[in-house]
Write a protein that binds this ligand. Sequence first.
Ligand code: MSP
Length: 668
Amino acid sequence: MAERFYVTTPIYYVNDVPHIGHAYTTIAADTIARWHRLCGRDTRFLTGTDEHGQKVMRAAEKLGRTPQEHVDITVQRFARMWETLDIQYDDFIRTTEPRHQEVVRGFLQQLHDKGELYAKDYSGWYSTSAERFWSNEEVAAAAWLALKNPGYPAEEAVGRLQQGELVGRCPDSGQAVEWITERNYFFRMSAYQERLLAWISDHPQSIQPESRKNEVLGFLRKPLEDLCISRPRARLSWGIPLPFDEEYVTYVWFDALSNYVSALGPVGSPLHQRYWPADVHLVGKDILTFHTVYWFSMLFALGLEPPRQVYAHGWWTIKKEKMSKSVGNVIDPELLVSVFGVDAVRYFLLREIPFGYDGDYSPEAALLRFNSDLVNDFSNLVHRIVKWSDVALAAPGPLAEPEAELLTVAARATAGFREQIERYQFRGALESLWTLVSAGNKYVDTHAPWALAKAGNTERLAEVLRALRETQRIVVSHLACVCPRACTDVLARLGLDGPDLRVAFDVLPSGSRARPGDPLFMRLDNEPTLIALGGAPAAPPTAPPSPKKETPMSEPALAPSTITYDDFAKVALRIGIVLSAEKHPNADRLLVLKVDVGEPEPRQIVAGIAKVYEPEILVGKRIVVVVNLAPAKLRGVESQGMLLAAGGSDVASLLTPLHEVAAGSIVK
Ligand code: MSP
């Protein structure tokens, strides 16, 4: 049987609105899964949602829903987001599903029967927002911070806390904590300290990167405490009841961590046997202790093997600050997708910062990456030879020196890609692949197919085109796990129905032709793009010059045929403001907009932009409308005009004015 590979993401809090932090882990996992599938491994990719807990219960109450109704609605945000981002998971687990709850209850019963759980009275500082207890030091430090007092005299602060002079605060939310005493069940986690240390030392890859492993080892230097795994049902009813005491529900982390096993079915089931232990749990650095110390100990106690690796990545920050709903600086992946397209967002997130480190998001950086890497380099490589797509490839023969050199670059670039992507070093992997993209572009400049065509040197032209089309094939076959749409498109243009990772120039059949197509990525201008991304237009980022521009032998641009001014003047263009937008009742591709174009009544316009824009984000936007087009019915709905958009048949962006000009303003 094929080698197998099991990768997971954390299960996301169903209450949250997905942002680029969530998208980041999921895109990374999807890329890894696609890569392993491509290499022929029996791959399983799991994601899902964490649906229990006090926050969910409170949110549901506020909205007058039952918690189950609430999670059934909010889970859709994640499902839709993963669809938008082309995430190909094999399974999506929800902790409210019976298949999960049964496994969790089985685990609890098993641990109870083995004496791994016991009940005791416990007193401590409890935070309802974080749903956990904190120590004296932790709540005192947070209180000190909230008062903006300088330094932190630990003893004094704890003393004041105990005297009731300082209101303890939750280190996560900053909200006041309560001192409560309650009876709860505990898991004998302290018994696993030695075993954890031995496991990590015998399995040096089990926690990565190294710096994160050292953090865990640091944590394990202090004596490990037992873990409280229950919450009284009187206080929190939205959880999985303990099978041996229905007055309690399971602590959310015990519930949540079990998903990685429960999604495979009961222990011993065929999927469990096939995929456990997981090859890698991808997690953010904030949840590393849960995934190593808690989870490994739980698995030891259950007689199961820990995952082969937990890999913790860093955090995306905004102007060096944490992204948070309350600060209002959360970046919505949908917005990025509407501006750049899904492939570019996937590429940017993986290319921009080394996986494992924190990194700052800025619209300028995203735009620069887009224009330089994707437009100048990648799209250019694919598009420059489109003119000769109709030339049939000659049979492969022995390689001349320039082609042999290009193939050597390809071998090195792809080996680097392979080696780094398997260690989750996406940035390095992409950098390595880009050495081939650059070499391919340079090869086009040097061996100028346009000159060969002009000189009638068809034999050499066919050789050069073989090397170029094979280079394109090699690049997109590898890149397909990061940018699936564009790469699938290029593969189809080359006449292939999927990636082919062979690094050779004799793969494409002789006689094969390519199919022309639109450019994959088109340059975006600074100012409107930055405005669309919600940022102020700043100093223009300058992309490295495209090699195409440097060469005097560049391919001539295709000039459209000319029209007279009078022809152009026949088209009446106006600025319109979108008043409302909704999905077309009969067509997935279409949106129906009401647009104010400065007339007494708004115009109804049907536009094929549903794949690119969510209706809500268009409301209030200024757009350009053709107002003298004869009305037409599109799938049964009348359209009284047309919007202008860039990108040809695959809409890339609506056109929008730089300043807030009035509805009805003439455009010419
Ligand atoms: N429900 C728990 C996980 C349970 S897994 C058994 C949880 N959910 S979460 O929705 O809050 O976070 C999920 C993941 O998103 C975490 O890995 C977290 O690190 C990641 N991110 C949240 N914000 C992030 C950034 N700003 N940047 C990168 N990743 C971040 O924790």
